[in-house]
Design a protein around this ligand. Structure first.
Ligand code: 13P
Length: 245
């Protein structure tokens, strides 16, 4: 069984510096007992101060612009996020797609810019409830993958399968469904580019202390992208310290 799991905390737009640093201090003090590799993705405004103070923690960002520099008020480029010690950047999150109209064309450019900055994209894909009800989930994911992922890339990427209907809803697919989708994603990305054959496929959407054990014990779930449950230290710590059987 593949025990090498990756657990990503997506804090979304939560925490001011004080609470964020208390959280990071607690995680740092427990680092030796944590079984799984983890990444914390704070709001951009907090990253530089946190990453300077907690240099043993791996940080990621929640988004970036696809250009390196320019007249894009309010944005940050992948190069800038690298400059403040980010190693990963989440991109294509359904909240960005919904609130900022991010589409395949934009996401293709974002992924390219992240890879060019030598950072690792965590590319989020997932279907809404109407797509699921129509039985079109795989078709939808295929479209999101095939039109965005670079065909000749040799660098690492991560995929997060996040069904939109599962985000913040308390509902999740059954583990058998997640496994089937993850195997499907693996088969699609391998065809896009053989270099993607060892890509980690994470699951995200209403992950909690209990269901995380079921997800992490599945050989075809290579990790988790955690929203709400990453905001409470004890909950997140128990997800991180879960020992794969
Ligand atoms: P929740 O874990 O709060 O459902 O959020 C999932 C998510 O969107 C992580 O990116």
């Amino acid at each position: 069984m593949n025990k090498d799991k990756l657990i990503v905390a997506n804090w979304k737009m939560n925490f001011l510096y004080n609470n964020a640093s208390i959280f990071c201090k607690k995680i740092s003090s427990k680092r030796k007992s944590i079984k799984n590799k983890f990444i914390i993705c704070p709001p951009t405004a907090l990253i530089s101060k946190l990453s300077l103070r907690f240099n043993k923690i791996t940080f990621g960002a929640q988004d970036c612009h696809y250009e390196k520099f320019g007249a894009f008020t309010g944005d940050n480029s992948a190069a800038m996020l690298k400059n403040i010690n980010c190693k990963y950047i989440i991109t294509g999150h359904s909240e960005r797609r919904k609130f900022y109209n991010e589409n395949n064309v934009i996401l293709k450019k974002k992924i390219k810019s992240i890879i060019n900055a030598n950072l690792v994209p965590i590319f989020c894909i997932g279907e809404d409830i109407s797509v699921k009800r129509k039985g079109n989930t795989k078709k939808h994911l295929l479209n999101q993958l095939i039109n965005v992922l670079p065909k000749n890339n040799k660098k690492k990427i991560v995929i997060a399968y996040e069904p939109i209907w599962a985000i913040g809803s308390g509902k999740t697919p059954k583990i058998e469904e997640i496994e089937e989708i993850n195997l499907y994603i693996k088969s699609v990305i391998r065809k896009i580019n053989t270099n993607y054959k060892n890509t980690k496929i994470l699951y995200g959407g209403s992950v909690n202390k209990e269901n995380s054990k079921i997800f992490l014990n599945n050989n075809n779930v290579n990790g988790l992208l955690v929203g709400g449950s990453s905001l409470d230290f004890n909950t997140f710590y128990s997800i991180l310290s879960y020992k794969i059987l």
